[in-house]
Structure formats: structure tokens, C-alpha cells
Design a protein around this ligand. Sequence first.
Ligand SMILES: [Zn+2]
Length: 284
Amino acid sequence: MKRKGEFLLGIDLEDVRDLASNGDRMKERVPVMTRRLLTLLRSLGVRITFFVTGQLAERYKNILQEIQSEGHEIACHTFWHKPLSHYTQIEFEDDLKRNLAALSAAGAQSARGFRAPVLSMTPRTTWAYSILARNGITYSSSVLPGANPLFGWPDFGENPKVMNGVLEIPVSVSHGLGMRLPFASGVYFRALPFTIIKHQFRHFASRGTPIVAYIHLLDLDKDQERFPLPPAIRNPFYSFLMFYNRGGALKRLRTLLAMTNVRISTYGEFHARHIAVDCRRTTA
Ligand SMILES: [Zn+2]
């Protein structure tokens, strides 16, 4: 079958213990869950992109080496995992350099991709693109082109766009549901009915548009302990969603990764192809 669609799966690799206020009392989950995911990816013969925090890279050099030894791409997810609006420009550049150094020390010397924590790239933080560019970052996937209780940039549009020298590859949002939801990502990936997600995959594949998604280890981990949510989303509805269907998400992922009409690419591969097509257009 001709593969018309494309699935860019990004794992946002962070240690929830670094982010939760009760993190020091939580169980270690990164090694077991990363290896479980690697086993799945190996069984399907697919390679994807891991956006990794500097804190995690320093703590788990061996895990990063295992990921790379299986041919997956490593990219940046900041060192401290703060939304972009919480950094000054100087702080952000320091953080990015430290993130790159931590990845490099774990064997990933050529990280070229970036994802802002919580998809926090908005019109107020576009200054970050020139900082990314001068530190060797060539693509970012940091925009949610829809409304969201935390961050979102509805007017960005759904297509990749070069921003101050960096190709921004926005996360995919649903069509025809009345709301633009990142159907293949995070909590939406777990909580939306699976028939809707599969329908969206078929729809994107038929248009030949890539499905760009983020997943966290905790989205796949039924044994992940609960932790207090950020104040902006601390209410019973989000508390329910945050822990809903963690047991079923890995199975969903297996089904989607195995769809025969959708090819799986790393973000780096997508970026290289996108730039090549752009060059052909400008030189034609
Ligand atoms: Zn994150």
C-alpha cells in the first residue's frame, strides 16, 4: 500500500519527579517506561524523536545512550522545563546551552530540534527563535495552533513555517470536531474516543498532511503516581483527565504506529525533506 500519511511522534522525555511539588517522594519510572516504549518501537521497526530535558539527560546518560543505539533522534526540551514566558531571554539562552551540553555529554552531539515545555511558544515569546537559531537549532515543534487553558497560538496556522531561521512544525489539531484539539497528543490521545483518533489519522493521511504529536512517558504509564496539577488547571475535570486511560494508551500507540498507510519519521528527517523541497522550489 502506498504510504500517503506521515506520523511524527515526539516523546517529551522528562522526569515527572523534577516537575511535581511532591516529586522527591515519587517512584522512579523513567528507565522502566523508556525501555517499555523502546521495545514497542523496536518490534515495529520505527524510529522517532525524543525531546529530552537536561535534568533527565544528566541523571540518565545510560538511558539516552540506549535510545540513540536504536537509531532514534534526540532533541532539546530545555534544561529546567519551564514555559518560555518564565525565562528572560538571557536565562533562556543559558538554559538551552546547558540542555545541549547535557545531551552532548550523554552522546547526543548533534541535537538540532527543540520543543518548548507545555507548547509554550506564543506571539509573546517569538524572541526565542533567534536564540534557537544561533545555537544550531534548525527546527522547533513548540506551537499548539488552537485554544488551550495553558498556552496556544490559534492564528499560527497548521502548516510548518520558517520563523527567524527555524522551521516551526506545529502540533496537529483535529478537523471537524468543532474544536481544534491535539488529538494524537498527551491527554487528548488518552481521553478522546479511539474511533475519533483513528478517523483523524485517516483524514490526515488522505490529505497527505503529517500528524505531529507529543506523548509523555506518564501518558503510557498506568503505575504513575498522582501529583498536584499546575494551578491554572487544578480542578476536578482536569484532575480526572490527567490520569484517565493510562493503561490503554500504549495499546493505542501500537495500533497507530502499525497503520500501513502512514509512515513514521523522525522530526529531523521531516525537516531535511521539507528544506530540500523548499530549495527545489526556490531554484526552479
Ligand atoms: Zn515537557
